[in-house]
Structure formats: structure tokens, C-alpha cells
Design a protein around this ligand. Structure first.
Ligand SMILES: Cc1cc2nc3c(=O)[nH]c(=O)nc-3n(C[C@H](O)[C@H](O)[C@H](O)COP(=O)(O)OP(=O)(O)OC[C@H]3O[C@@H](n4cnc5c(N)ncnc54)[C@H](O)[C@@H]3O)c2cc1C
Length: 500
């Protein structure tokens, strides 16, 4: 699909909401869509559906905070670092014009990666060259701002504090004709979209309609997160805004430091299996000291913590293949993490939600509500296709880690892994390769751009990968804070690399 076509269908002028219809308490199914879950996938889907349905009801289990951005239990991941890559930024801006400016006005940071970061890749440091835009903000701010912008549309309303409990069958017993809420209330709808995230009950709900469970593909690298906020310490010599020290199979520990709204840093430590990061105060620093570079520890060692460390586990890639099911009920679609979720370390989930909304917009742009319901199976396939590239990126990288559970890499994946190692090593030194690499990582460019002849020649000419498991403590373009003895303390706390 070309970008112009995307712009056009996303920018379709909205018909005015019918004020009379707005005042009805019990909407009729015909022009009504229900979206379950007010996360990123649900809100963007609601925004798109409001173009074709006179009413869209978003049913959300949580009470939704009004006013300031705030934590809510349905988004436990919001305590951890979130990046929104340029493709997601651009798509969300198209759906909700002006939102990027509002986010930045509220304290979000729109940076260039790797230019504005100290970023140690599995091979070496990236140079500070331009790659891809990335928006950094607390997930609470993203959640509140997207919700606020979506609900400005008069056709969309939200039922907060209302868990969905099941699907309601139509008269034929096969199609979905609405949703049952906890407590027994029913909402009739022509289309029901399940965007309830990783805890989705869609498989069980479909079983009640006689559908077998979908095939599931799962890769679990047993990655753990531990995160806490810090006040940003003064350092006139600091020329970076964020930091990422990546782990790799021989030392699967890493950390990311991101500026957030509220003039804070959010630091998320990550590690696989037995290297999962701790949540005790002092151990947080000890772990930070044990990474492949002391840069992150040096940055936070004198910083004032603003919160206690908090953990997140359960980061497996999991694809429930609803798109492959032989039968599919009219009037039902599963989107977002409910269909396919990713190891979050690659930062793709929200952008995939935006890509799925874009695919939904494209599929329904000439259809009426009844036709949309009838096209549910095709919509399920087309929206899920948005997951294909990020799935390949996440799973092929996770398969490098020996502790990853999941189908072993096939020959094509091993070739891809080998080539990508060279791409990353090349991107560390060659700005042209870096631009291509970050174009793909940000889901802005097709992976095919890494395989065009000019790029392949550049990549393969840099075939020599770093042989030593260690890298320079700091990149050539940025040294340690003044007065820091490089690496001395770290050496004591660092676990031996695999094979040493
Ligand atoms: C630790 C972590 C870090 C992440 N980091 C990134 C990142 O850096 N970049 C990125 O792009 N993505 C990241 N993600 C992924 C991202 O959070 C999601 O992929 C993305 O938000 C899409 O989620 P969703 O809307 O499908 O589901 P969710 O965000 O989980 O939202 C689901 C919603 O449904 C509601 N709900 C649940 N059950 C019911 C019910 N029965 N009835 C009604 N409502 C219900 C929940 O309360 C919630 O509001 C991360 C994920 C995790 C876990």
C-alpha cells in the first residue's frame, strides 16, 4: 500500500454525529459497534470505526482517571519504559491530528534514535547519527492523551468500570450480535472488537460458539523488567538524552534510560531467565553496575530515586492465530495484544496497534455497518497481517538466546540472524546502514530495504564482527561523567559472560 492511499483513507472527513442518536440510552445494533478495552488498540479502532458507525461504545474494565495522567490496573505495563517508534507516531497523528504536539506540550520527548542516545548494540556503540524518530513519554500520558483525543469524537462514548463478560449470539446462533457485561447487561452491536489485551477471553468466548481454540505460536525468552523513576541530576557535560545498553546472549542483561514527562528519567533494567533484574532498592544499582557498559550506572548512581523498583514478567511473544481459523463468526474481530503480543523490548506493540487500525480503516472505508460485520473474517486476516514484520524481528532476535522456549530457528531464520548481526555491526559505523536499520526497526521501512544490492554490499563489506565479548566502556563520542573511574567498580559486580 502506498503512503498516499494511507493518508487519504485515514483523513476521510468525518460526517457529523447525529445529536438525536447520541441521546439514546439503548442504541440499536444496526449502526452500533462495541470495542472492548480502552488500551491503544481499542481506542484507535474506535476512532476508525466512528467513520462508518453512528455510535461506538468502548467498554473498559478499569475506572478511567480523569484529569492528570495516572496509573490504572488494566495497564500494569505503564510503569515500564515505552517507546513509540516513528511509524506509530505518524499513524496516530493521522488518526488524531495535532496529538503529537499535545504530547510534546505535556512533556513527551520526540527524539532521533540513535543520534540523541548513548546506545550500545550487541556489537558496539552506535554513533550519534540520524536514524528514526521516537516519542518517549510515560504510558500514562500516552493513555490519557489518546483517550482524550478519541473521545472528542461525538460518536464515541466510553463505559468505564465495566468488564465485558462474553459475546451475545445473533438469531442464527453463529454470528456475534453484541456483548454481555458483568452483571448481565447486554449491548447489542453489529460489530464487536475485542481489544482487551493479553488477558483476552476471546478463545473461551469463541468456544461457546462451537469454535475450536486457535493455533498458538509462542516464543518466551523469559525476559524480566524492573523499572523506577529518577530525578534528572545536573550534568552540564551530558550531550545525550536517553541511553540503551543492550544485553546479548553471552551477557543477557541490559538497561534503558528515557526522559519522560514530568522532568524525570524512567530507568528499566532488563535480563533474561536467571538474569532477571531485581526489585530491591540497592540490588537495582548493583544490577545496573553489572551491564556491558558502566554508562547507565554512572548516570543514576547519584540520582535521586522517585519511586521504588517495580517488576514485570510475562513478556513472551504469543500469536493466537485467529486469522487461520476455518470458521469465523460475522460481527467479531480481535485486535492488538489480544491477537498477537510481542516481547516488549523491541518497542513495537503500540505501533502494531496503530498499523492494525490503519488496516481496519482501509478495509471498511467503503462499507456500511452490515457489510463490515459480514467482512469480519477478512478484516481479522488483514489487521493481523500488521503483526508479521515485528513478529519476525522479535522472534528471530529472541531465538538467539539459548533459554528461549519456542520452535527452533529454521535455516532461513539462521541466515537472517547472521545477516542482521552484520547489519547491526555495520550500522555502528556506517550512517547509511544505520539509517536503513532504524527505518526497519521503527516499522517505517520494509525489511526489504536491508536487502537492496547497495545496502547488501555495504553490509557484507563489514563482515568482521567483534570477536571479543567486551566493548569499550564508553563510546568514542562521549566519555564518562567528570571524575568517574571507568569500569573499576563494575568489574566486581559483573557476572562472568557465558563461556568465560
Ligand atoms: C512491560 C511492557 C513494555 C512495553 N513497552 C512497549 C514499548 O516500548 N513500545 C510499544 O509500542 N509497546 C510496548 N508494549 C506493548 C504495548 O503496551 C501494547 O502492545 C499496546 O499497548 C497494545 O495493547 P492493547 O491495547 O492491545 O492492550 P492493553 O494495552 O493491554 O489494553 C487492554 C485494555 O483492555 C482492558 N480490559 C481487559 N479486560 C477487559 C474486559 N474483560 N472488559 C473490558 N476491558 C478489559 C484493560 O483494562 C486495558 O485497558 C509494552 C508492553 C509491556 C508489557
Amino acid at each position: 500500500m502506498d503512503d498516499d492511499a494511507t493518508d487519504n483513507h485515514l483523513r476521510t472527513t468525518e460526517p457529523q454525529a447525529d445529536p438525536q442518536a447520541e441521546s439514546q440510552e439503548d442504541p440499536q445494533a444496526g449502526d452500533h459497534a462495541v470495542v472492548l478495552g480502552a488500551g491503544m488498540a481499542g481506542l484507535l479502532a474506535a476512532r476508525v470505526l466512528a467513520r462508518r458507525f453512528a455510535r461506538v461504545t468502548v467498554v473498559e474494565r478499569d475506572e478511567l482517571p480523569e484529569g492528570e495522567a495516572a496509573f490504572r490496573p488494566g495497564l500494569p505495563q505503564s510503569r515500564h519504559a515505552h517507546v513509540l517508534w516513528s511509524r506509530g507516531v505518524d499513524l496516530i497523528e493521522l488518526m488524531l491530528p495535532g496529538i503529537t504536539g499535545k504530547l510534546v506540550g505535556a512533556g513527551a520527548h520526540l527524539l532521533d534514535s540513535p543520534r540523541d542516545f548513548l546506545w550500545l548494540s550487541p556489537a558496539d556503540w552506535f554513533r550519534p547519527v540520524s536514524g528514526a524518530r521516537v516519542l518517549l513519554a510515560s504510558r500514562e500520558l500516552l493513555d490519557r492523551t489518546v483517550r482524550r483525543e478519541v473521545l472528542r469524537n461525538g460518536r464515541i462514548r466510553v463505559r468505564a468500570g465495566t468488564p465485558a463478560a462474553g459475546l451475545v449470539a445473533g438469531p442464527d446462533g453463529r454470528s456475534v450480535a453484541g456483548v454481555e457485561l458483568r452483571g448481565g447487561e447486554r449491548l447489542a452491536a453489529r460489530l464487536v472488537v475485542d481489544a482487551t489485551g493479553r488477558t483476552s477471553k476471546a478463545t473461551a468466548w469463541l468456544a461457546e460458539f462451537g469454535h475450536p481454540a486457535p493455533a498458538v505460536t509462542r516464543y518466551d525468552s523469559h525476559l524480566g523488567y524492573s523499572s523506577r523513576y529518577f530525578a534528572i541530576p545536573e550534568d552540564p557535560g551530558r550531550r545525550w538524552q536517553g541511553m540503551y545498553v543492550q544485553g546479548r546472549p553471552d551477557l543477557p542483561r541490559g538497561g534503558v534510560l528515557m526522559p519522560q514527562d514530568g522532568d524525570r528519567w524512567l530507568v528499566t533494567l532488563i535480563g533474561n531467565g536467571e538474569h532477571a533484574p531485581p526489585v530491591r532498592d540497592e540490588e537495582f544499582f548493583t544490577f545496573a553496575r553489572s551491564l556491558r557498559s558502566p554508562a547507565l550506572y554512572d548516570a543514576i548512581r547519584d540520582a535521586t530515586p522517585l519511586s521504588a523498583p517495580t517488576a514485570f514478567r510475562g513478556t513472551a511473544n504469543e500469536w493466537r492465530h485467529y486469522e487461520r481459523m476455518e470458521r469465523w463468526p460475522a460481527g467479531f474481530v480481535v485486535l492488538g495484544d489480544a491477537a498477537c503480543r510481542f516481547n516488549p523490548v523491541y518497542g513495537h506493540g503500540m505501533t502494531v496497534a496503530a498499523l492494525a487500525a490503519e488496516a481496519l480503516a482501509k478495509e471498511i472505508r467503503t462499507l456500511g455497518p452490515e457489510e463490515i460485520a459480514a467482512a469480519s473474517r477478512r478484516i481479522q486476516r488483514r489487521t493481523t497481517a500488521a503483526a508479521a514484520v515485528p513478529w519476525q524481528i522479535a522472534t528471530s532476535e529472541d531465538m538467539r538466546y539459548p533459554e528461549t522456549d519456542g520452535p527452533p530457528p529454521d535455516r532461513a531464520t539462521r541466515i537472517l540472524q547472521s545477516y542482521m548481526s552484520r547489519v547491526i555491526a555495520g550500522a555502528n559505523t556506517d550512517p547509511a546502514i544505520a539509517a536503513r536499520f532504524f527505518g526497519v526497526l521503527s516499522l517505517t521501512s520494509s525489511p526489504g530495504t536491508l536487502l537492496d544490492p547497495v545496502t547488501m554490499v555495504r553490509v557484507l563489506s563489514k563482515w568482521r564482527l567483534p570477536a571479543a565479548p567486551d566493548t569499550a566502556d564508553y563510546p568514542a563520542h562521549h566519555g564518562p561523567p567528570v571524575g568517574r573511574a571507568v569500569g573499576a567498580e563494575r568489574a566486581q559486580s559483573r557476572p562472568p559472560a557465558a563461556g568465560q
